[in-house]
Every structure is written in C-alpha cells, then in structure tokens.
Design a protein around this ligand. Structure first.
Ligand code: ATP
Length: 289
C-alpha cells in the first residue's frame, strides 16, 4: 500500500520479520509512527506534540535502509523516499526546489513518511568550506520545510476541543521525516535540534543474538542441513560482522555447496539433494570480510 513515485527507491517487500535483531530500533520507529494515530487523544490531553523525525545513524550495512523499507510496508502511511546524492544529480541547479516539491508532495498524500537516505549528502555542515552554494541552499530549504511540519501537525491548543473535522485535517497533514546516515559527524547541527530530528537512534553492529537471527533469516530459503550446522560456532565466528556481511556469507556458503556439486557432476542439473552445511560457511568465512 506504500505510495511511490518515480523519484523513489524501489521498495522491496521487507517486513519487520525480515530484519533480525534491533528490537529497540524497531520499537522506537513503530511508536513514533503509530502512536500519533493510535493515541491521538492522549497526545492532545497531555499537550505534547508527536515526534517529527528520527535519524538513524551507524556503520554501513547495519539495517538502516532495511528499517525504512519495513516501515514503508508495515504502516498504512504513504512513503516517499529519496537518496541524498540523487537529489543533486537529478535536479542539477534545482535541488532546493526538489526538496520543496518533495515536502509538498508528502503533504498532499499525508499521512506520509518521508525518508532521506544518505542524509549527509544533503545536509553537511554549513560552515564547511567545501560546501557549495547549492548545498547550503538545499540545507536551508530542508530546515525550513522541517520547521513547517511542526506547525502544521503538532497537536495545538485550538484543536484540543476539536471537532472530528479538525482532527481529521490534522491527521491528514501529518508527516514524519526519517533520515539515515553513516556519517552523523558531517551533519549540520541545526538539523538535530528538537522539532527537526528529535531522536537520534544508533543502529550499530549486531550482537550475537541478532547475528543468529540475521543468519537464520538469510538461510530461510537455503537447503540447510540442520544436523550438520553449528550455529553457536557460526555466531561466534561472525563477531564484528555487519548484517550485509552476514547476508553475503550465507550466499557464499550456498555457492560453496553448489561448487562441490558442479565439480562432481557432468550435467548442468544441480542435485536437489545438495545441502548446505557448517563447513560451507567455514570456507566462506575465509573470504567474506
Ligand atoms: P548503508 O548505510 O550502506 O546504506 P544500511 O545500514 O542502510 O547500509 P541496509 O541496506 O539496511 O544497510 O543493509 C544491507 C543488506 O544487509 C540488507 O539488504 C540485508 O540483506 C542485510 N541486512 C542488514 N541488516 C540486516 C538484518 N538486521 N536482518 C537481515 N538482513 C540484514
């Protein structure tokens, strides 16, 4: 049900179950999106406005984009997504207009989640000498737009005795901004002031429990020989790996099993009975990383 335009990332069918571990990150996202709708009355009663934006940050390959995709699929909101660098490449000289249009579009389809991947490319520090005029204008536009959201969708006083119409209007104008970056140090500090990205959520390397979940997710469709798997050892051996590296480890292990078959068979059919075992992972461990 996610709405997409030609400016958007292809949103793959990723759900919460496809992301191993990171329960706290998932919870933070679900709450930020679901609560303003589910508990709108409580927000009004307590006089607080919902969170405007969350910034996911952390090393590459650790589930940030995946989280955004799951969010797109698992909520009934519309979802618009753009990659920082793309905005400059596609709209040369018109990037700030593109930012404005993006927010306008989001408002017109609200409730809407607006996702900025590789946000650092859009919003590097202003004082940085290397940042061009174009970059500075884009950042300024982004800040203006984010400030614009706060006024249009916070639970303001006038609406405390709201008719259902006012309530409806409010929900309609609700926009949530999600950002992702590997380089939070590059971001302009103005961006992470309250009322813009209210929450910074660190998405780091998976711990052992998360690694096992991620490995099992990527093994779901593999012909695994469970009795010849040593999950404990595999989880230990993959310490320090990212989700992306774990995914490619699973692929390499499967390729290793296939290679064995190819070496011993004359026809192009790979035997259905071929299974993947722990030793195929061990072999793969030597060259993934
Ligand atoms: P980058 O900053 O480089 O864009 P990222 O943090 O956005 O990295 P993702 O794109 O979310 O990383 O992850 C890359 C790939 O790694 C995913 O497509 C998926 O195959 C795998 N992966 C990462 N984390 C997980 C996870 N928690 N569960 C399952 N697969 C994962």
């Amino acid at each position: 049900s996610a709405w997409r335009s030609d400016t958007l990332l292809q949103v793959a069918k990723v759900g919460w179950e496809d992301i191993g571990g990171y329960d706290q990150v998932k919870r933070a996202l679900k709450e930020a999106i679901e609560w303003p709708h589910k508990y709108a009355d409580a927000f009004r009663r307590f006089g607080i406005s919902p969170i405007k934006g969350i910034l996911l940050y952390g090393p590459p390959g650790c589930s940030k984009t995946l989280m955004a995709k799951a969010l797109a699929n698992e909520t009934s909101c519309h979802f618009l997504s753009v990659k920082g660098p793309e905005l400059f490449q596609k709209w040369v000289g018109e990037s700030e207009k593109a930012v404005r249009n993006l927010f306008r579009k989001a408002k017109s389809v609200a409730p809407c989640i607006l996702f900025f991947d590789e946000l650092d490319a859009l919003a590097a520090r202003r004082q940085d000498e290397s940042s061009s005029h174009a970059e500075q204008r884009v950042l300024a536009q982004l800040l203006t737009e984010m400030d614009g959201i706060s006024s249009s969708s916070c639970w303001s006083k006038e609406e405390s005795h709201s008719s259902s119409n006012a309530k409806k209007r409010q929900e309609e104008s609700w926009i949530f901004v999600l950002g992702a970056t590997n380089r939070p140090d590059l971001l302009d500090p103005a961006l992470i002031r309250p009322g813009r990205f209210d929450r910074l959520v660190y998405v780091g390397l998976p711990d052992s429990k998360a690694r096992e979940r991620i490995l099992r997710i990527h093994c779901r469709r593999m012909p695994l020989n469970e009795s010849l798997m040593d999950w404990n050892s595999l989880v230990q051996a993959t310490r320090g790996m990212t989700g992306a590296e774990l995914a490619s480890l699973c692929r390499e292990a499967t390729l290793n099993a296939m290679k064995e078959q190819v070496a011993t068979t004359k026809h192009s059919n790979i035997d259905q009975s071929q299974q993947v075992e722990y030793r195929h992972f061990q072999l793969a461990l030597e060259y993934v990383k």
